[in-house]
Design a protein around this ligand. Structure first.
Ligand SMILES: Cc1cc2nc3c(=O)[nH]c(=O)nc-3n(C[C@H](O)[C@H](O)[C@H](O)COP(=O)(O)O)c2cc1C
Length: 191
């Protein structure tokens, strides 16, 4: 069964994207996937700086995060939209783990052969949809197969009930169809 990593591109304590990633993780668990949820707040890293990398190599948290990517077949990213793009936290984390950590390591170990599903939620009506365009492009360029289905949940501050589920049935069905597609694609890719 698919081993899937779930996280949000926000470190904020009350992040609605963390809620979305948790909700998606729960759905995938119910469907039998092996699920890991992580909070990027636990993987704090400096802004990428080539001089820092030359001096000290990859930060310990980048190594830990990269290993998690390597150990999973697919990812689900709930990505906040910042000015029509994705968050600097997410970009910085994805950049650090794209770097080769050890001499004999193959390039792009975190990404090649992996599958990803994208989702977003924001307080606005479009639900952060525009930010997924640049994230999809970036991940595709580093070798990730990003599945076509995605979910954007508008009015994000009202979207979740106290149990962490989506209030709106149509939105819940949309998220479920993304999870189904992620599990199917990951199972196909990892044989
Ligand atoms: C710098 C910045 C830019 C933002 N730009 C957008 C935007 O383009 N579209 C949008 O829907 N929301 C935008 N927002 C609002 C975020 O969607 C909102 O803060 C959301 O709660 C962030 O996600 P989180 O709760 O998971 O941290 C922006 C917020 C910040 C801080």
């Amino acid at each position: 069964m698919a081993r899937l990593l779930f996280f949000a591109g926000s470190a904020r304590k009350d992040s609605i994207n963390k809620k979305l990633a948790k909700c998606a993780a729960e759905l995938a668990r119910e469907k039998g996937a092996e699920v890991t949820f992580i909070d990027l707040k636990d993987f704090d890293m400096p802004i990428y700086d080539g001089d820092l990398e030359d001096e000290k190599g990859l930060p310990e948290n980048a190594r830990r995060l990269k290993q998690l990517f390597i150990d999973h077949d697919g990812f689900f990213i709930a990505s906040p939209e910042y000015n029509s793009s994705f968050s600097p936290l997410l970009k910085n984390s994805l950049d650090w783990i794209s770097r080769v950590g050890d001499e004999n390591e193959k390039p792009m170990m975190a990404y090649s052969g992996k599958v990803a599903a994208l989702a977003a939620t924001s307080p606005g009506g479009l639900g952060g949809l525009r930010g997924l365009v640049s994230l999809r492009m970036m991940l595709g360029n580093v070798g990730v197969t990003v599945i076509p289905k995605q979910a954007a949940i508008g009015s994000g501050f009202q979207a979740f009930n106290d149990d962490g589920g989506l209030v709106d049935e149509a939105q819940a069905r949309m998220l479920e169809s993304v999870i189904d597609a992620l599990i199917n694609a990951t199972d196909r890719m990892s044989g």
